[in-house]
Ligand binder design. Structure first.
Ligand SMILES: Nc1ncnc2c1ncn2[C@@H]1O[C@H](COP(=O)(O)OP(=O)(O)OP(=O)(O)O)[C@@H](O)[C@H]1O
Ligand SMILES: [Mg+2]
Length: 262
């Protein structure tokens, strides 16, 4: 069975994309779902957040230039059964410009990853996208089955959301990826002490209803500390509110997308 491919994206920076990519990937792996995390951001936050050192030649950059196969760049994460990563590195920054010069500039990633997606090795593939709706994110959306939006509970969140949803519609209308769907919206960095968080959450839910995950990720210092130890929140502080939230999200994702047979 081909893997289900999820792009975690939002053009806005610092909204919890990488935190969600890391913790959802580890959460799924912990639940026995064979999961591959693909770091598409030149910042490589998902790579370092899982304890890997950025290494030249370790990313998709080579395979995207016809040097080697994507499958050969996939690394196991030793202490996690069911979890693999395809890391990023600084070279990936050049891709944004190089992709523009290709005739197949929206489908390069999809072509490169086809054998990985079609292999039986993974049930879920998660892309961590950079904070821009540039060609890397567009390639991710062209290769994905579902967009997952990480949305920070703050002023102007709705405007940013409308923008990325507009891009999804354009990619569908243009035939770039006719089967792409908005898989879900995750409210992140919810601050219980502010009315703003509650208002933004309510506003988004009133417009998008079932698309919004029930899980709300609270603002939590432990979530921001974990990456500097190269650990997911489940390993760093499994009883913290952030761990509880990402565990709940994992269960929702498994159920919503049928990632387990039983
Ligand atoms: N729920 C949270 N509570 C507190 N801090 C958080 C939370 N989620 C993420 N952070 C922290 O906020 C910062 C931004 O989060 P993250 O890197 O996940 O966002 P991003 O959208 O991937 O950013 P970028 O757009 O730069 O890739 C990081 O320092 C992260 O550790
Ligand atoms: Mg990030």
């Amino acid at each position: 069975m081909a893997a289900k491919v999820f792009a975690i994206a939002n053009q806005k920076g610092g909204v919890g994309k990488s935190t969600t990519a890391i913790n959802l990937s580890v959460g799924l792996a912990n639940k026995g779902v064979p999961t591959l995390l693909i770091d598409l951001d030149p910042q490589a936050n998902a790579t370092s957040g899982l304890g890997l050192i950025k290494t030249a030649g370790s990313s998709l950059y080579g395979p995207l230039h016809g040097e080697g196969m994507a499958m050969d760049k996939i690394q196991p994460i030793n202490e996690h059964k069911n979890l693999w990563i395809l890391p990023s590195e600084v070279d990936m920054a050049a891709l944004e410009i190089e992709l523009a010069q290709r005739p197949d500039y929206l489908h390069s990633l999809r072509q490169c990853l086809e054998p990985v997606i079609k292999s039986d090795q993974f049930r879920a593939i998660i892309f961590d996208c950079p904070p821009a709706l540039g060609l890397i994110s567009m390639n991710a959306l062209a290769a994905a089955d579902y967009l997952l939006v990480a949305l920070q509970c703050e002023y102007m969140a709705m405007e940013g959301l409308q923008q990325i949803l507009g891009v999804v519609q354009k990619l569908k209308d243009a035939g770039t990826n006719t089967t792409l769907e908005v898989g879900g919206i995750l409210m992140t960095m919810y601050d219980v002490r502010t009315n703003l968080s509650r208002q933004v959450d309510q506003e988004v839910r009133s417009h998008f209803e079932k698309l919004v995950f029930d899980t709300i990720v609270p603002r939590s210092v432990r979530l921001s500390e974990a990456p500097s130890f190269g650990q997911s929140i489940f390993d760093y502080d499994p009883l913290s509110p952030g761990a509880v939230a990402y565990k709940k999200l994992t269960q929702e994702v498994i159920k919503r997308f049928g990632l387990k047979d039983n």
